[in-house]
Write a protein that binds this ligand. Sequence first.
Ligand SMILES: CC(C)(COP(=O)(O)OP(=O)(O)OC[C@H]1O[C@@H](n2cnc3c(N)ncnc32)[C@H](O)[C@@H]1OP(=O)(O)O)[C@@H](O)C(=O)NCCC(=O)NCCS
Length: 148
Amino acid sequence: MIRDMNGHDLSDVHALETGCDPMPWSVNALQYEIDNKESILKVAIRDNNVIGYMCIRTLLDITHVMKINVLPEYRRIGIGSALLIESLKKLSSLKSDVKHVTLEVRASNSAAIKLYNKFGFSKAGVRKNYYRNPSEDGLVMQLDMQSN
Ligand SMILES: CC(C)(COP(=O)(O)OP(=O)(O)OC[C@H]1O[C@@H](n2cnc3c(N)ncnc32)[C@H](O)[C@@H]1OP(=O)(O)O)[C@@H](O)C(=O)NCCC(=O)NCCS
């Protein structure tokens, strides 16, 4: 099941973050996004446990993918796709004026790049040494919303 994230999910999502993201968000950073009316947060739930989550945030007519993470044991069964679909569906229903959805992804992260390509994102540029732990270039990818 995919649903909106709320304050009760904070500790589960934070545990997921620290477990599988080399640059994890703090509880305060997660709370900031929950409180931000420009952010959309979705969680994937199985057997009452959070197994994935996604956060996007809009600034004017551009929406940025801030986070998408699925627990390793639940990857490759469609959870990331479902989070992306439900987040973009909510975005379309709330903000018809968004022109682009953008994101950065590690150049070596072929799983995520394939996921984004599958949903119509294409490469828009490169940010040199954008990432730390380890240092790596970030690919900028973009989805045009108004041609969909
Ligand atoms: C990227 C991530 C969110 C994908 O989640 P997921 O639930 O495994 O994705 P899905 O099962 O919906 O896969 C959708 C498509 O993505 C691609 N994909 C996902 N994982 C892949 C892998 N390991 N290898 C190759 N392609 C992959 C495939 O095209 C797949 O479609 P298919 O199964 O029909 O071939 C997940 O791997 C993850 O949490 N990674 C760690 C965090 C991360 O890298 N986030 C992105 C930061 S920019």
